[in-house]
Ligand binder design. Structure first.
Ligand code: UGA
Length: 451
């Protein structure tokens, strides 16, 4: 099938590359010339395991193209995926300017029938606004063209995006019941046929319910995390091991094991933004989502938890103290630092007068870029970008772990002790067992593990 993907961010690039991998002929459009030049020269703008190979393979096979040419891109695909960003507006609601600009571009250049697929995470009612924008442009151009807008939210996770896309546990599709909607449904069915071979994974619903499903999924996952973080903080006070509790409750199939890991708070470009956007949607309808307000507040507080633990051990004034920080990306297997808990920790350590040596297996370049925006020159001078995890430890008063990279899971504890000034570890992702650390002679502070 001929497909156009508008936007080459995480979702757009992964969708485009994976749909090409299935044998489709895919055009990826982006207005950022540097990005398209990079993609055309064989590079990819993000760190995502496996993606570079899929892109290279499909470019070589002539099934995947990158372009800044709006007219040619719109002309190419009968399916037009909108996969542009929906960043938070000042009030937390999703900013739809890029989605609507993409819709207008499609409307302006289209001839014949197009299926416009909303892949971006968009609030309820966006498909109607996309339809109106396209209709306006068609009317202005005087072309004869018909279309249908389909909602097809994406559930891939950063760091596992290719795998998530190629092995979906469900495909959510919303269409209206019109003749064009039914035609769109047949085309989408065809597109996703390879994923439905053994059993049907597609859930068809009305467009608004599909739009809402995406927010409901992310809000539910964020709720589970904040719930466990809140319990972990109590566990610390009452002498309970939250990891034992996690096993104890997760084995109930009604609860399940996923997304119950207490830690330093959730980050990334999705949960914080989507929880806020859903709250804003509620506000616009004179409703208040009390649970989600708490989920957000608990998460904001949780990002401070490592700083609080450091202060409890070293005091409010950290001048003259030096800390090693392992993990800067918001989660492993990505270099993404959007809303990363490490940024909140670093702000607190620097504000309290400390110096730090930071290390991340993949996000060092991104960290240099992001931290140079977060901190002024004098503050930046107190942040050392270490060349290795062990190198970051030299003469540090303690090690603080913020991201659970695999490379941090089985370190040489003797080396850690030898390099640190004091054998103290604050672990924001509960990578180790308190007994194991005690046996290694290391003072250990996990999250909810003060048994
Ligand atoms: C999330 C969803 O998991 C995807 O299904 C969705 O498609 C995506 O948002 C999106 O809307 O685009 P992502 O943000 O990439 O994916 O990463 P997650 O693996 O969900 O992790 C989010 C944050 O939650 C991370 O900071 C992670 O450390 C934290 N987390 C996750 C916990 O603190 N505890 C857990 O048990 C799980």
């Amino acid at each position: 099938m001929k497909i156009t993907i508008i936007g080459t961010g995480y979702v757009g690039l992964v969708t485009g590359a994976c749909l090409a991998e299935l044998g489709n002929d895919v055009f990826c459009l982006d207005l950022d010339e540097n990005k398209i030049a990079l993609l055309n020269s064989g590079g990819i703008p993000i760190h995502e395991p496996g993606l570079e190979e899929v892109v290279a393979r499909n470019v070589a096979a002539g099934r995947l193209h990158f372009s800044t040419d709006v007219g040619a891109s719109v002309a190419h695909g009968v399916l037009q995926f909108i996969a542009v960003g929906t960043p938070p507006d000042e009030d937390g609601s999703a900013d739809l300017q890029y989605v609507l600009a993409a819709a207008r571009n499609i409307g302006r250049h289209m001839t014949g029938f197009k299926v416009i697929v909303d892949k971006s995470t968009v609030p309820v009612g966006t498909a109607d606004r996309v339809s109106a924008a396209v209709r306006e442009e068609i009317a202005a151009s005087g072309a004869t063209a018909s279309f249908s807008v389909v909602s097809n939210p994406e559930f891939l996770k950063e760091g596992a995006a290719v795998d998530d896309f190629m092995r979906p546990d469900r495909i959510v599709l919303g269409h209206d019941g019109s003749a064009e909607g039914l035609r769109a449904r047949d085309l989408m069915k065809n597109l996703y046929k390879p994923f439905n071979r053994n059993h049907e994974r597609t859930f068809w619903m009305d467009v608004r319910s599909a739009e809402f499903t995406k927010y409901a999924a992310n809000a539910m996952l964020a709720t589970r995390i904040s719930f466990m973080n809140e319990l972990a903080n109590l566990a610390d006070k009452v002498g309970v091991d939250i990891e034992a509790v996690r096993h104890g409750i997760g084995s109930d199939p009604r609860i399940g094991h996923s997304f119950l890991y207490a830690g330093a708070g959730y980050g990334g470009s999705c949960f914080p933004k989507d929880v806020q956007a859903l709250e804003r949607t509620a506000c616009q309808f004179d409703q208040e989502l009390l649970i989600l307000r708490a989920v957000e507040a608990v998460n904001d507080r949780q990002k401070l938890v490592l700083g609080r633990k450091v202060v409890a051990s070293f005091g409010e004034d950290l001048a003259g103290r030096h800390f090693a920080v392992w993990g800067l990306a918001f989660k492993p297997n990505t270099d993404d630092m959007r809303e990363a808990p490490a940024r909140v920790l670093l702000r607190e350590l620097i504000d309290r007068g400390a110096t730090v040596a930071v290390y991340d297996p993949v996000a060092m370049a991104e960290a240099k870029r992001v931290l140079s925006l977060d901190f002024n020159a004098a503050e930046l001078a107190r942040i050392e970008f270490a060349a290795s995890s062990m190198g970051a430890l030299e003469q540090a008063d303690a090690l603080i772990i913020v991201t659970e990279w695999k490379a941090f899971r089985s370190p040489d504890f003797d080396q850690i002790k030898a390099r640190l000034k004091q054998a103290i570890v604050f672990d924001g992702r509960n990578l180790f067992e308190p007994e194991q650390m005690a046996a290694n002679g290391i003072e250990y502070h996990g999250i909810g593990r003060s048994v």
